[in-house]
Design a binder for this molecule. Structure first.
Ligand code: URA
Length: 214
């Protein structure tokens, strides 16, 4: 069929038996569409009280907030806790999302954190040194904490352990009152998005979060 020039990939006649076809290539045989699936990339401002999951018996999920026409086969890139808010990414491109969450790619995630008690310089050192969590037997990677108010900090992490930020402030017996993710890598949460709103990423935003080492 290749030799007879009957196959087109993304609008071009395919001749090479070694050509790799991915899930998002358009494939046509004798003018009949065999495969067409567009990669989708969305950012959402996750509201508090909505769960980062595809299904949940009790709470509304981020997938349920999407228009059903664009929700097909989307998965969530990394998670935010039920009572956290802010930037969350959704896609149907598994290799993009796995590269983005791969620790070796060191993608920074930034959070604004409101606390019950006042902060001090000790927090900066403790976050930078890493904290040992016996339950998982891990020490957290160096994290940057910037004090931006008496009870407000910005935290930058390169990983996402279970309830990591809350547990790190827990070491100081300082409860987290609000946790909001403001950026992932270069990508900032669009300020026009109200909680629960979402928009497609531009091609340059997708490219800014694309890693060659997938
Ligand atoms: N750390 C937390 O404790 N919760 C989140 O949702 C994200 C990071």
């Amino acid at each position: 069929m290749l030799a007879q020039k009957r196959i087109q990939v993304d609008g071009k006649i395919a001749l090479d038996t070694q050509q790799l076809i991915g899930p998002f290539n358009q494939v046509v045989l004798d003018h009949k569409l065999l495969q067409q699936c567009c990669a989708q990339y969305w950012m959402m401002n996750k509201p508090v009280g909505v769960v980062s999951a595809t299904k949940d018996k009790i709470h509304k999920t981020v997938i349920e907030l999407l228009n059903p026409d664009c929700a097909t086969d989307l998965h969530i890139v990394g998670r935010l806790d039920l009572n956290s808010s802010g930037l969350i990414l959704l896609t149907n491109d598994g290799s993009w999302s796995s590269a983005l969450t791969k620790p070796a790619n060191k993608v920074p995630k930034r959070y604004r954190v409101d606390l019950a008690e006042e902060l001090s310089a000790d927090y900066i050192t403790a976050f930078a040194n890493g904290m040992y969590f016996g339950y998982e037997n891990i020490t957290t990677l160096p994290a940057t904490l910037t004090i931006i108010g008496d009870r407000r900090a910005e935290v930058e992490l390169f990983e996402g352990k279970y309830h990591q930020i809350k547990r790190m402030f827990g070491r100081f017996r300082n409860p987290v009152l609000a946790l909001h993710r403001t950026s992932i890598g270069e990508l900032q949460l669009c300020p026009a998005l109200q909680p629960g709103q979402y928009r497609a990423l531009s091609a340059s935003e997708v490219a800014s979060l694309t890693f060659t080492d997938q």
